[in-house]
Unconditional design. Structure first.
Length: 392
């Protein structure tokens, strides 16, 4: 096993009606004025935003609001948020929404405390040294940003989608009421479940000597999400299934499933980031669309690991070679994606990649041949191009 550090400072308030505690939780942060950051309107239509603001009013906490976050959150809105926070002397950000809102809040928090361009962090030029603290009211089980150190922002100048990780961005608290996710469309629920699973699978597929305990946690988490995702396709208001998926989303990306793994692979996320930047696809759907092609491409390099996944997660009978068993596991996972009506090819999302687009995606993913991605197999620019081609 690899040496590791595990750090999860986020206080979790989980369960029915937990959003009623928001005002008191914010008051405990000792802040002067809050930015309530949210998305494109669903939190307004369902009345959640009003309930959150009322909770702040009861505690006599001054606040201002900024909505408009969209999936694959935009750098332009981050800039607006930074200007607003500076102008209004904001010292705490409350993100009300899913991963996109939380990621946008984290980026705003970094930017307010930085004299330069916040994109410097996402482009790898600088490391954040300070941030406005963030709290979360979670409405979508997917990204795990409520307990992670990471965020992903899309720069409209070139449509570059880039991630940045810093412990400074970890939420002070996360309010998690599974009831708030019950009105999500089936497609968004399914996409979120894939995203949750991929956060664990990215860590699971690696070249390290892994810990049996971490593997067991990862494998059970994956099976739990698969079981409850199927339930939610038929029973979207099933509270227990919503709760299982919501908690799995946090545990999948707070570092727990990466203890001792050496960090994991993450190539699929890099492949999807470029798809998301170019076509604005739902993150989980994009991950499902490229995963099978990536898995088949790297299978010979990690056959034993894929065989373990096939047996312990997908229930494959291990009577054949590791590679043959691993391939059956890949096929079984793609079949699961289909049961959720998720794509297994890029064309399933209505995108017909041209030769020019595949080359552009490969160039951007490899940072124009300046880096490789993944660890099961170190993928060069030409490897990435081939995976996109196979995934068409």
């Amino acid at each position: 096993m690899e040496n590791f550090q595990y750090y999860t400072p986020t206080k979790v308030i989980f369960g029915k009606g937990s959003e009623k505690q928001v005002g008191k939780l914010v008051r405990q942060q000792g802040c002067g004025k809050v930015l309530v950051h949210y998305g494109s309107g669903s939190v307004v239509r369902c009345g959640l935003l009003n309930r959150i603001c009322a909770s702040l009013d009861r505690e006599e906490i001054p606040y201002t609001t900024l909505g408009g976050v969209v999936p694959n959150p935009r750098l332009s809105l981050v800039y607006q948020g930074i200007d607003l926070c500076r102008r209004e002397k904001i010292d705490f950000i409350l993100a009300v929404g899913g991963g996109s809102v939380i990621d946008s809040a984290k980026a705003i928090g970094y930017g307010v405390k930085y004299d330069g361009d916040v994109w410097d962090f996402y482009s790898g030029k600088q490391q954040a040294e300070d941030s406005i603290p963030v709290g979360v009211v979670l409405t979508i089980s997917a990204a795990g940003s409520e307990m992670s150190d990471s965020s992903v922002i899309t720069n409209e100048d070139g449509w570059l989608k880039r991630g940045y990780s810093s412990d400074l961005g970890r939420a002070r608290f996360a309010v998690m009421n599974p009831e708030l996710t019950m009105t999500l469309p089936k497609y968004q629920t399914a996409s979120g479940c894939v995203d949750i699973m991929m956060h664990t699978m990215e860590r699971y597929f690696n070249r390290s000597e892994n810990m049996e305990l971490t593997d067991g946690i990862s494998e059970h988490l994956l099976r739990t999400v698969m079981k409850n995702a199927k339930i939610l396709m038929k029973e979207p208001d099933n509270y227990n299934a919503r709760a299982e998926v919501m908690w799995a989303g946090s545990l999948s990306h707070n570092g727990l499933t990466g203890c001792g793994t050496g960090g994991g692979d993450w190539a699929c996320h890099q492949l999807e980031h470029e798809l998301g930047g170019m076509f604005d696809v739902a993150h989980g759907a994009g991950l499902a669309a490229v995963w099978g092609s990536w898995a088949r491409y790297v299978l010979p390099e990690g056959a034993a690991r894929f065989a373990q996944f096939a047996v312990n997660v997908m229930g494959v009978d291990p009577k054949e070679s590791d590679e043959a068993t691993g391939l059956k596991g890949i096929e079984a996972m793609e079949m699961f994606y289909r049961t959720l009506e998720m794509p297994v090819k890029i064309s399933d999302m209505g995108i017909l990649l041209t030769e020019e687009q595949m080359n552009e995606l490969a160039d951007k993913c490899s940072h124009f041949r300046k880096r490789t991605v993944g660890c099961v197999k170190r993928l060069t620019r030409d490897d990435v191009y081939q995976i996109y081609r196979n995934a068409r």
